[in-house]
Each structure stands twice: as structure tokens, then as C-alpha cells.
Design a protein around this ligand. Sequence first.
Ligand code: DGY
Length: 323
Amino acid sequence: MQKPTVLVTRRWPAAVEQQLAETYNVELNRTDRPLTSAEFRDAILRYDAVLPTVTDKIGPQALDVSKPRTKIFANYGVGYSHIDLESAKSHGIAITNTPDVLSECTADLAMTLMLMVARRASDGERELRSGAWDGWRPTHLIGTKVSGKTLGIVGFGRIGQEMARRAHHGFGMDIVVYNRSPVRPDVLAQYNATQVSTIEELLPQCDFVSLHCPGGEANTKLINSQRLDLMKPDAILINTARGEVVDEAALAQSLQYETIGGAALDVFEREPAINPVLAQCENVVMLPHLGSATREARQAMGFRVLDNLNDFFEGRAPRDRVA
Ligand code: DGY
């Protein structure tokens, strides 16, 4: 039997590319250049499987073909709001993602961001590297204490829970949770967390608010100016979820007028473009979408795609099928 043909849209960890090449008739993207919509349309006419990632916008345009050959988008990444589910469904294309294997590393990065913004780590490093540091003094670069404060978590899936574990057990923080569906009491009990039924109820209670919900239309601008106004004046917003979840213009305004204490962002509405007003704000820490960027997570994500692909082509239900 002929091996299925597979297109990988970006460079992946070498061990995974090698394994893919042994198992499938694979086309790797050695240049790492993102594909255009036209190249996507061509790809879904030519390959049995396309392996996209979170920066590949697979909208209705890219899927505007009459008879695709592709039967599965085995996505490298947990988020899949970049894929137009309706169009994929209309072609009968299955979609899988890569949950679990990046939860710890993404929560580690959310903690990193929370500590960086609270303790003014970026300000300090910039000052030191520019040669402007003139020594210790009692009033120098004063930040905010993290330990023992209240953390609000929006979206209590795997990553949200890993964040709660670190914050509660490592930093003694009180955890308040907003989640679309009720969280099992035994899960909440692991972090001594309280679930509230609206975001409006969560925001005024929290010193830090960390977003861990999915992106996509349903959550676009979930954090808007009205909700930002509900945060405490010194509270800090952390976003490692998806850029579209926060109304960036509204956030930039809250930061400019200091109606909140600060923000720490790993994801942006129009990545890699950064809102110029936001870029001017002093009280924000920004990283270039590094949530899962560890050797361990990125390799595990690749092998998880491979598992999904093997299941699919060997006639089993892929464990991470999301559509
Ligand atoms: C994802 O997987 O959705 C992240 O944003 C990249 O790891």
C-alpha cells in the first residue's frame, strides 16, 4: 500500500520530522516560510494530510476548493481557532490538536509573565543593560508582592489548572475561577479554588487575572473596556491564551490612564504586529508567543501530531480529534 502524502507547513523539531519522514511520504518546509492562501488551496488538492500550526490562517479562502484530497488537518498546537471549522467540516476534513503536552510549559510561562510584570523584571534588565543602574536604594524599581495575593483564572482547562497549581501551592495565592461549565468540586478542592458564575463577579476580587480560555469568535474581546474597568486599580492582566480574547485598544487605554496596574502579554490581536500604543506603555511586559517554547513541549507536540496521524490512517479514532 502507498504511504499517505503529508505536508508539514513549518519547520518542526528534527526528531519529529525524521519520524514523519520514515512513516509517511512527507514534504517538509525546509525554508520555514509561511504558506500563502493560494499555496494552501494547492496543498489540500495534493496531500492526504496537511499538518498546519497556529500561525497558519486557514480561513474560507484557503478552503475554497471543490474536491480536496486532504482528509485531515493534524494541527501542531492546542489552539485551532485559526482553522475555519465550518469550511473544513463541509469538505469532511477531520481536525486534531495537541493538548496536555504543553500545559505545564504554558503555565510556567504565565507564571514567568506574572512575576516579571509584578516585580518589574523587564524595567530592571533594560536599566542594567543600558548602563543606567546606579546602585541599590530603598525606593528603586518598586513592584508588587505576588505571594499570598488573589489570582483570577478565566478558563479552567488543563493550562488554567496548571497555573492554579503553581500559584496556589508555590506562591500561596487564593484562586478564583471563571469557567463556562461547572468545575468538579474535587478539582477545585485541589487548589482550594472558588468558582464564580460571571467574569463580572471575578474581576473586582483579583490582584492578578490570568486568561486561559480558547480563542475564536466566541471569546473575541472577552476582556473589553467595561470589564477592564471592573479590575482593581492596581490589578494586573496576564494573557497567554489568544490575542483576540483581549480588546487591545481598550487595554492600551487602561494602561495609559493607569486604571489597572499593568499587563503581561504573550499573545496579540494581530501577531506579529504590536499595537503601537501598547508598545509605548511602561506598565506592560510583552513576549513573542513563547508559551510552549521549550524543547520538551515542542517535541512532544510533534509526536502527539504523529500519534493522531497514525490513528487516523490506521483506521482508529485519533484521541485529539476536535472536529
Ligand atoms: C498553541 O498550541 O495553541 C500555542 O499557542 C502554541 O503553543
